[in-house]
Design a protein around this ligand. Sequence first.
Ligand code: FES
Ligand code: FES
Length: 163
Amino acid sequence: MLHTIKMTVNGELVKAEVFSQMRLLDFLREELDLIGAKEGCGKGECGACTVLVDGEPVNSCLMLAVEADGKEVLTVEGLGEGDRLDAIQQSIVDNSALQCGYCTPGIVMSAKGLLLRNTNPTRDEVVEAISGNLCRCTGYARVIDAIMQVSASSDSQDEGSER
Ligand code: FES
Ligand code: FES
């Protein structure tokens, strides 16, 4: 069955017709060409598909597109401005906190969700925030350092790197 949905994606109003069973992840990747959110496990275990919905990190592989109707969706493509990376992205780069990068958009969005609600998290809170994001290459120490550096120097509005 087709449904008409409307949502804001990265600040732009999107209206579309989708089948009931279409996942938000597929809607973003296949219908909107926003391929930053990745499919890892497809069952809520790896966090590679993390996006923000109304400011909260969600696994977009577990959410239907129709469930995002009327909501505000932010993907990794919506961060930064032009060529300027978001502060979290820049800090990940500066700290060499990635290797293959498959997990990175999801980690960035989980961190973004944390910093939107808590501008000065503890290290434990950062660990908790990314606990649903699995990385098979880099490990987590540098990732946590990168997020901590942003939280220490930013008001989380991420108008670019503020380090
Ligand atoms: S692909 Fe969604 S949690 Fe792994
Ligand atoms: S950098 Fe490769 S999975 Fe995290």
